[in-house]
Design a protein around this ligand. Structure first.
Ligand code: ADP
Ligand code: MG
Length: 412
């Protein structure tokens, strides 16, 4: 079935055509009719399968149908998300799909001036996409009225319902009218989170696409074993081997991000960093430089792991393995989006083996191993323009010893 045949406003069909969205993805096909009917929906589908439009299309249609009632400039749909980048990205999708609808859409995030946001709110906003902090600020200052919200959307729902955000969700419920529609969307979910979702709404319709393997089939992912100290040489080699590719590198902490950045700088490889300590203006600049390919390598913490849709990310490198197994799925899911294919490789040091075990258990199968033979390993750590570390000497010694033994054997 094509979007043309859908019973949705022609104003929406027009923009879908402009976006070249011809037919719905699986999750869109299954979720859109239920949402249009007014059901509460828990939609679970792998990364990159078009979950944003799965809620944006029907929400825009519903609001358009009811928009003549919205004379008092109150928010009709609230979308809550965990990060600023994601809020702005989803706002962009709503704006693109809602381009011809006349509905007012605002992405509301912290770290920037309030005044322009307040001005927009005063002009009236139909669809608000927000991270909790700034939103609660403006709610308490009475710039945002949530008492007429018809639809609440929680994207990255498992994260939003988990520790850290659950209280925000419970708080927001108090501002909403008793009758409203709730939509949860997520790529990963477990029983505990499912229970939490069911505690928020009575009977959500659960729509789940390919639950067995949470990693999208468009992503070819593997693990390479190496020592912690050698990771930077492997990254250097990797970047140099694929100079034309867009590479997203995940590290465990902000400090590690800056360190890896410095290590790449020493060998003349320009990279960008992205983490929670950066000013909002910097964060925007970094994302745009990476998006448009001005700099091809981005080193990021898990703030960029969820939901971010950057077209054309060819490789994801897990420079450090994630502490939470579900973040593995979110990280590798930054590549292979839509119909494109992607690759991911994880650098696993012996200390990180327990994290790898947890990931394999979570995804229900082993991650294939990228074999690096001794020669290749040696070549990689000698190939660097940087000063190699002690490991290098140790390995050389070892290799020499082996060589000597082989020679001895031959003589005998
Ligand atoms: P998810 O939230 O499931 O990870 P997104 O909503 O970010 O995925 O969508 C991933 C990509 O797929 C986006 O670049 C989006 O433009 C594209 N996309 C979504 N729906 C369609 C469609 N029906 N046809 C073509 N491309 C689509
Ligand atoms: Mg998403």
């Amino acid at each position: 079935m094509k979007f043309e045949q859908y019973n949705i406003s022609p104003l929406i069909k027009k923009s879908l055509e402009e976006l070249d969205f011809k037919k719905p993805t699986d999750i869109q096909y299954k979720a859109i009719p239920s949402i249009l009917k007014g059901d509460d929906v828990l939609g679970i589908a792998q990364t990159g399968t078009g979950k944003t439009a799965a809620f944006a299309i029907p929400v825009l249609h519903l609001l358009l149908r009811r928009s003549h009632h919205n004379t008092r400039k109150q928010v009709k749909c609230l979308v809550m998300v965990p990060t600023r980048e994601l809020a702005l990205q989803i706002a962009k999708v709503f704006k693109e799909i809602g381009k011809h609808t006349g509905l007012k859409i605002l992405g509301l995030v912290g770290g920037v001036e309030q005044a322009p946001q307040i001005k927009k709110l005063e002009q009236g906003v139909d669809i608000l996409i927000a991270t909790p902090g700034r939103m609660f600020d403006l709610v308490s200052q009475k710039y945002i009225d949530l008492s007429r919200v018809d639809v609440l959307v929680l994207d990255e729902a498992d994260h939003m319902l988990d520790l850290g955000f659950i209280k925000d969700i419970q708080d927001v419920m108090r501002y909403l009218p008793p009758r409203h529609q709730t939509l949860f969307f997520s790529a990963t979910i477990d029983d505990r989170i499912k229970d939490l979702a069911y505690s928020v709404v009575r009977n959500p319709i659960r729509i789940q696409i390919s639950p067995k393997d949470p990693v999208s089939k468009n992503v070819n992912h593997s693990v390479a074993h190496m020592s912690m100290d050698d990771k930077r040489f492997f990254l250097e080699r990797f970047i140099k081997e694929y100079p034309e590719q867009k590479i997203l590198v995940f590290v465990r902490t902000k400090v590690r991000a800056e360190r890896v950045f410095a290590a790449m700088q020493r060998v003349n490889l320009p990279t960008l960093t992205m983490h929670g300590d950066k000013e909002q203006a910097d964060r925007l600049k970094v994302m745009s430089e990476f998006r448009n390919g001005k700099v091809k390598v981005l080193i990021a913490t898990d703030v960029s792991a969820r939901g971010i849709d950057i077209p054309g990310v060819d490789f994801v490198v897990n420079y450090d393995l994630p502490d939470l197994p579900e973040n593995y799925v979110h990280r590798v899911g930054r590549t292979g989006r839509g119909v494109s294919k992607g690759r991911a490789v994880s650098f696993c040091s012996p200390e990180e083996q327990p994290l790898l075990d947890a990931i394999q258990q979570y995804i229900g199968k082993p991650v294939s191993v990228m074999q690096i033979d001794k020669e290749d390993y040696l070549e990689t750590i000698t190939f660097t323009e940087d000063t190699p570390n002690d490991n290098w000497q140790l390995l050389l010694d070892e290799a020499e010893k082996e060589e000597a033994q082989r020679r001895k054997k031959k003589k005998k």
